[in-house]
Design a protein around this ligand. Structure first.
Ligand code: ATP
Ligand code: PRP
Length: 217
């Protein structure tokens, strides 16, 4: 009998952008997570199921083997640390960049030049800590879980570290992108034990994902 496979995905852009990759592997998710309240979704393949989790929880489910594989943003993987995960394929989906942004009136360059201690609000504390340490800038990090753009507007922080795509959220809140930290895209992540024990079943899916991702690049 075929070994069952569980894939972890988050609702929204990762789910939407992974569907064509799944299709390339012959897998069709037969329920829509936006309309269903179910957290375990069937597919056309009786041995493959999809679990719906928070984007930042995908690496944890895969690390502990509750899911065999999944899709997670590089931003999320850097915060998680990547322990217990293979990251064999950059899927080139959910592309954006990690950036530093400040209020339009804030002189970031001179604050950095003068060695001022910056207050930085972010969900991405590991990435932010590493970025500012590498620049030799002293920061007080304030951990947030969302709506980072608000922090400089109400005096919670001098700067934010967040993902930017079109820049429209920054513009709508009178913020300016002052530094790009890195390009972000989503990766296929595979549980290290599953990679060995379920290689036969996983390999064709990984190969199909890789081919489909190369076509996106
Ligand atoms: P959580 O629910 O765990 O807080 P989230 O709400 O940030 O996560 P999504 O908005 O679905 O989750 O984002 C998933 C991934 O998509 C992020 O980890 C990031 O890599 C990427 N991403 C985030 N915002 C954008 C954007 N505006 N454009 C393109 N990709 C993005
Ligand atoms: C993300 C992120 C920014 C925004 C950036 O939020 O936290 O707020 O996207 O995208 P932009 O540069 O194109 O404005 P969220 O996941 O809520 O984004 P969404 O508005 O695309 O749903």
């Amino acid at each position: 009998m075929s070994q069952p496979l569980t894939m972890a995905l988050s609702k929204g852009r990762i789910f939407e952008e992974t569907l064509p990759l799944l299709k390339a592997a012959g897998i069709v998710v037969t329920e829509d997570p936006e309309t269903s309240r179910k957290l375990i979704l069937p597919t056309n393949d009786p041995v493959v199921r999809v679990i719906i989790v928070r984007a930042s929880d995908v690496p944890t489910y895969v690390q502990y083997g509750a899911a065999d594989f999944g899709v997670a943003g590089k931003d999320v993987l850097l915060e998680h640390g990547g322990e217990g995960l293979y990251q064999p394929v950059d899927l080139n989906i959910a592309r954006c960049r990690m950036s530093v942004a400040v209020s339009a009136g804030f002189d970031y360059a001179s604050a950095v030049r003068q060695g001022a201690r910056l207050r930085v609000a972010t969900k991405f504390t590991q990435t932010a800590r590493q970025h500012f340490a590498a620049k030799g800038v002293h920061v007080d990090l304030i951990k947030l879980y969302g709506s980072m753009e608000l922090a400089p507007l109400v005096g919670l922080s001098d700067a934010i570290v967040d993902v930017v795509s079109t820049g429209s959220t920054l513009r709508a809140n009178n913020l300016v992108e002052v530094e790009k930290i890195m390009e972000i895209s989503s990766r296929l992540v595979v549980n290290q034990a599953a990679m060995k024990m379920k290689r036969e079943r996983l390999q064709p899916i990984l190969a199909a994902f890789e081919r489909a991702a190369a076509a996106i690049a």
